[in-house]
Design a protein. Sequence first.
Lengths: 331, 365
Amino acid sequence: MTLMKRLLGATAVLALGTVAAVADPAIIYDLGGKNDKSFNEAAFNGAERWAKETGGTYKELEMQNEAQREQALRQLAEAGANPIVMTGFAFGDTLNAVAPDYPDTKFAIIDMVVDQPNVKSVVFTEDQGSYLVGLMAGMASKTGTVGFVGGMDIPLIRRFGCGYAQGVLAANPNAKVVLNMTGTDPSAWNNPVKGAEIAKSQQAQGADVIYAAAGGTGVGVLQAAADMGILSIGVDSNQNYLHPGQVLTSMMKRVDNAVYEAFKEGTDLKAGINVMDLAAGGVDYALDENNAPLVTPEMKAAVEEAKAKIISGEIKVHDYMSDNTCPAATF
Amino acid sequence: MTKLPRWADVVLVPLICLIIAFAFSAILIAAIGQSPAHAIWIMIDGSLGSTYGLGYTLYFATNFIFTGLAVSIAFQASLFNIGGEGQATLGGLGTALACLLIPWPHWSLALMASILASAAFGAAWALLPAWLQARRGSHIVITTMMFNFIAYALMNYVLVNILRPQGSMDPATARFPVTVNLPKLGDILGVVGIPFSSKNPANISFLIAIALAFAVWVLLWHTRLGYALRAFGKQEKAAIYAGIDPVRITIYALLLSGGISGLMAINAVQGAAHRLVLNSVEGAGFIGIAVALMGRNHPFGIVLASLLFGFLYQGGTQLALGTTIPREVITVLQALVILFTGALPYMVQRPLEALFARLARKEAA
C-alpha cells in the first residue's frame, strides 16, 4: 500500500531543478560513508545541527571511488556551492590541485593541511584527547594491560596511539600497552570483522580496556569488547551509547563543531590553519549517563586535573607527528 | 526453432534487456520515494548532455574497452581470465615507474615508455597463472583471482613503503611531472575545430583504445596467431591435432590478455590521476568481464558495451550529485543493468525467437 502510494506520489511530483542551490554549503564524506558511527557521522551531525538552527539546506555527497573526488569538487564549485567542506586527509592532493581554479569558492578540509588562499585546514590535537582517555584506561584496567586498535597505519593514527600510551603510563607506569593497526590501506577504516579479531587477540594478551581509533572498524572492536565483558573506548563521535555500561568513554573529536562552524562562517570562511585543541574544545573525553557508573570519582578528578594541566601547559603531550617518534610506545 | 536474424540478435536483444533493467530501476527509485523520470533524465543529461559529461563517459569507457578486450582475447581461447584487476594494478605500477623515474622531455616519449611498461607489467602478472594453467593444469579462474589479491597486497607494500613521498599520509605516489601529462581529448578535438570540454579526464588514451580494438580484431580474424587462438578455444583436441601447441597458445593468449589489461593504466594513471593511488583500477577489471560478455567477445561489441558502462558510471555519479538517492541504491541500479544485459540475455532471446518463428510462419501461410 505504502509502496503504491509512493509510486503514485513519485510519478506525480516531478522534481524541478537539480542543482538550483545558490551558495548553499556542501559536505563531502570520504569512502567510509556518512553512517560510520564515528568520524564521518560526526561531520554529518554538525551539518544537521547547522541546518536545524538556521533552517538552511545543504548538499551532501558520499564518495564511491577515487575518480569522483576531483569531479565532485569541481561540480559542486561550479554549481555554486560555497563553502565546500570535506572530511579526511585523502582529499588533500585533489583539493590542492582544484582550489586555485575556483578562487571565489571557499573550501574546508578536516585532518589535513592544504596551503591555498581559499582553503581552511582544520586539524585536531588527537594526542591530547587520547592522553585523557589513556589516563582513564590506565586507571580502569585491573590487569595492567590495555589495548589500542588503529585504523590505517598512518602518522595521524600513530598520533592517537602515542597520546593514548602516554596517558596510560601516566596513570600506571608499569602498564603494558598493546598497539595494533587494522591495515595499511583505506579499507582499514571500514573493516569491523577484522577489528573484532584484533580486539579478541588483545584480550588474549591480557588487555581489559581497548581503545579503537579506526572509524567504522571501531564498531567491531566495541562489539567484541562488550561480548567479552571487557571495556572499550570509542572515538570521534560519542560512542558510549553503543554498549551502555561497557564503553568506558569516547575520545571525542569535534568534527561536528568544525563542520558546523565552517557552514556558519559560510562564504566568509577564514582561510588558514585552524587547530582545534583541548583548550578550544576540539577534543575531549565523553561523560554521559551511559558510562557514568564506570567513571569513579577519583578517575574523574584525575582526568579533569590532567585536562587543566594540558591546557595550562604544565603537561606536555608528545605529538607523534612533530618528529615521527613516540617516547611511550613503539609502532 | 528458427534462429534470430543477426540484427535482432545484436541490436534488439540488448535493447530489450536494457529497457527491462531500466523498468526495474524505475520501480526501485519510486519505492524509495524519488521520481524515476527525473533520475533517468539526470543520468542521461549528466553523461551525454554536455561535452563535459560526455568526456567523463568516454574516460570510463576507455578503461572498460581495455579490460573488456583483455577478457575477450582470453575468452577466444576458452580461457577465463578474471585477473584483469590485478594485471591492471600492476600496469599502473609500470606506468608510474616509467613516468617518475625518467625525466621525459615530451609526453609522447613518456606515453611510449608507459605503454611498454604497463603492458609488460600486466603481461608479467599473467605469466605465472598462464604457465600454471598450461603446464600444471591449475585452473586459470582460481589462479588469476588469487593473483588479484597478491597484486593488491604488493601494491600496498610498494606504495606505503617505497613510493610514498616523505611526510604524506596518503598511500599514493607523488604527482607526475606535468611534462608527462597526456593531451586531453578536448585539446585534440579543438585542433580540428570541434568544441569539446577539456575539464574532464578524457584523453588521448581513448583513441589508443579504439585503435587497439581494431588491432585485436585484425589479430583474431586475420592472423595465424588469431586463428590458432580461436581454433584452440573452439576445440582443443582438434587444434592439437592440427599442430597447435597448447602450452604455447595458452601462454600467448594470457600474456596478450594481461598486457591489454595493464594498458588501462595509461588512461587511469597517466591520463587522469597523474599519480598512482592504491586503488587505481577500481573494479574496471571485473567490469571488463561483463563488457566482454555483453559485447559477445567481439571488439566492436566491446566498444559499444564499454560506452554503455561508461554512461552508467558517469550517470551514477551525476545521480549522486544531483539527487539525494543514496550511493548504495545507485550501486544496485548499476548492478541491475549488468545483470540484465550481461547475465540474462537468454531470458529475452527465447521469447524473441518464438515471436520471430510465428511471424515467419504467418508470412509463409
